[in-house]
Design a protein around this ligand. Structure first.
Ligand SMILES: CSCCC(=O)C(=O)COP(=O)(O)O
Ligand SMILES: [Zn+2]
Length: 204
C-alpha cells in the first residue's frame, strides 16, 4: 500500500474520530510511518476531526527533527517512540475520550486489566475472552521527554501491546497500518465503555 493511500485512510480515520467525539477541542493526534526514517504527524493545535492531507507534517523518527520547520503535535515524542520501539507499527492514534480519561484515573494500578470480554479478540493476536489483556497506564506529564523516557524504560522489562493510557489524559494506540490501529482504537474504546459500566453497576 502506498504512503498516499495510507495518508488518505488516516485522514478518513481522523474524520471518524472527530465524528465520534473522541478528539474534542483540538485534543488528540494521529500519524503514519512514511518509511524507515520518517513519519507524518498531525499539526499541533488543529481540530483533528477536520484534518486534510496538508495538515500532516514530516518528522524524523530518530531525532524528532522537522525538515519543514512547521509545528507537529506537542506529543510528537510519543509517536516517534512507538515507531522506534515497534518496527511493525505503521500508524498511531491518540484520542481523548471520557472513558479513557476517567478509567485511567479511577484505576490506581499500573494497568487496566481487560478480561472476560469477547471483544478482546478485536486486538491482534487475542483469541479468547478468558485471557487477561493489560493496558498499561502511565502518569501524565507535561514534560513529554520525561514521559517518553518512562515508557521506554517500562518496555525494557514489560511487554507493551496495542496501546497505553495516560492517566487523566487519554489513549494512545497503534497498529501495523491505519486499518489495524483504527480497529484497536474502536475495540479498546468499546472495552473501556464496558469496564466503566461494569464498575458503576457493581459499585451499587
Ligand atoms: C488540546 S488538549 C491538550 C494537548 C493534547 O493532549 C493533545 O492531544 C493535542 O495536542 P496537539 O499538539 O497534538 O494538538
Ligand atoms: Zn493528548
Amino acid at each position: 500500500m502506498t504512503v498516499l493511500s495510507q495518508l488518505d485512510q488516516l485522514v478518513d480515520a481522523c474524520h471518524w474520530i472527530g465524528a465520534k467525539g473522541w478528539a474534542p477541542a483540538t485534543g488528540g493526534n494521529m500519524s503514519i510511518r512514511e518509511d524507515d526514517r520518517y513519519c507524518l504527524l498531525s499539526e499541533s493545535g488543529k481540530d483533528k476531526g477536520s484534518l486534510t492531507r496538508d495538515d500532516f507534517i514530516q518528522v524524523d523518527i530518530a531525532s524528532n527533527h522537522v525538515p519543514s520547520g512547521r509545528k507537529p503535535s506537542a506529543e510528537t515524542g510519543l509517536h516517534t517512540l512507538i515507531y522506534r520501539l515497534f518496527p511493525h507499527a505503521g500508524a498511531v492514534l491518540h484520542t481523548h475520550t471520557v472513558n479513557s480519561t476517567v478509567l485511567s484515573r479511577v484505576e490506581n494500578r499500573e494497568a487496566l486489566i481487560l478480561q472476560g470480554y469477547e471483544m478482546q479478540k478485536t486486538l491482534a493476536g487475542q483469541h479468547s475472552h478468558l485471557d487477561s489483556v493489560p493496558i498499561a497506564i502511565f502518569d501524565n506529564d507535561q514534560n513529554i521527554d520525561a514521559l517518553v523516557q518512562r515508557i521506554d524504560a517500562f518496555v525494557q522489562h514489560s511487554p507493551l501491546r496495542y496501546g497505553f493510557l495516560l492517566r487523566g489524559h487519554g489513549l494512545t494506540c497503534w497498529g501495523k497500518d491505519v486499518n489495524e490501529a483504527r480497529r484497536h482504537l474502536e475495540g479498546l474504546e468499546f472495552l473501556f465503555l464496558c469496564e466503566m459500566q461494569r464498575r458503576l453497576l457493581e459499585a451499587k
